[in-house]
Design a protein around this ligand. Structure first.
Ligand code: IPE
Ligand code: IPE
Ligand code: MG
Length: 252
């Protein structure tokens, strides 16, 4: 039986987030430069975007570059930024044809102007689309995001525009980059690493975590289906007991 047919349409995760890891090791295993792995990862992005769109997933967030990744060798950072520009350039039309709406989270001001410009034009070009919401996390880290939110809140308190009494979790969420996006229900990390690496620290509070040893450049639609099937077999309790499940979630 086709794996896709094992997926229950009525229990689809609304939001899937992916830490796309293992490009460097994939390339090194082939005796190639790390960049070759990054280049091959673009096809995996195409596959998951297409698969998520076909299934009817509402949001797909892809961790493409972390705040900490700026500390990699300059040559790798430059190569990754170059790849970002060409990939966005090459993929925008097909994203648009597939009704995908692109957005980005992260400290986008830190990106080279060429990347920022290309990204913004792809975001604008796809802004009216109503299908899959594709969110690219670029120069993003969870701690950076929470710190930025706290700074904005502190500024408003200082100016007398906000009473600390009114700060609660729902309100804090409105200061995050993701404030219009529901929390991920499923997080996938490839390459065998079992850590979060500063990704969506706030939003992952009740996310189901799925780790696979597949390196990102080898990740295909069937791997996404496997992760979703695994997710659908889980019992999500949100701190309650089993008989109460389905009553509420933490945020929506
Ligand atoms: C993920 O692959 C891509 C980015 C972090 C930009 P890596 O480059 O981390 O590959 P490994 O983990 O070193 O194999
Ligand atoms: C996490 O991968 C960041 C992205 C996939 C963009 P890393 O490869 O940078 O994470 P660590 O260093 O293994 O924790
Ligand atoms: Mg890595």
């Amino acid at each position: 039986m086709d794996l896709k047919e094992l997926i229950s349409k009525d229990k689809l995760p609304r939001h899937i987030a992916i830490i796309m890891d293992g490009n460097g090791r994939w390339a090194q295993n082939r005796g190639s430069m790390r960049l070759f792995g990054h280049q091959n990862g673009v096809e995996s992005v195409r596959q998951v975007v297409e698969a998520a769109g076909e299934l009817g997933v509402e949001y797909l967030t892809l961790y493409a570059f972390s705040t900490e990744n700026w500390n990699r060798p300059r040559s790798e950072v430059d190569a990754l930024m170059g790849l970002m520009v060409t990939s966005i350039q090459n993929e925008t039309e097909s994203l648009h044809k597939n009704n995908v709406k692109l957005s980005a989270i992260g400290e986008l001001d830190d990106l080279p102007p060429t990347v920022k410009k290309q990204l913004q034009s792809a975001i604008d070009y796809t802004s009216e689309n109503t299908g899959l919401n594709l969110v690219i996390a670029l120069s993003y880290s969870g701690r950076w995001e929470i710190t930025s939110a706290i700074k904005k809140i502190a500024e408003e308190v200082k100016n007398g525009d906000l009473d600390p009494e009114n700060i609660d979790t729902c309100m804090l969420e409105t200061y995050l980059n993701t404030y219009t996006i529901p929390d991920p229900e499923l997080l996938i990390r490839t390459s065998g690493e079992r850590r979060i690496s500063n990704f969506m620290l706030w939003q992952l509070a009740y996310t189901e975590l799925y780790f696979t040893t597949v390196f990102w450049p080898d990740f295909r639609k069937k791997h996404l289906y496997e992760a979703i099937i695994d997710f659908q077999r889980r019992d999500r309790r949100f701190g309650r007991v089993k008989t109460q499940t389905g009553v509420a979630t933490v945020n929506n």
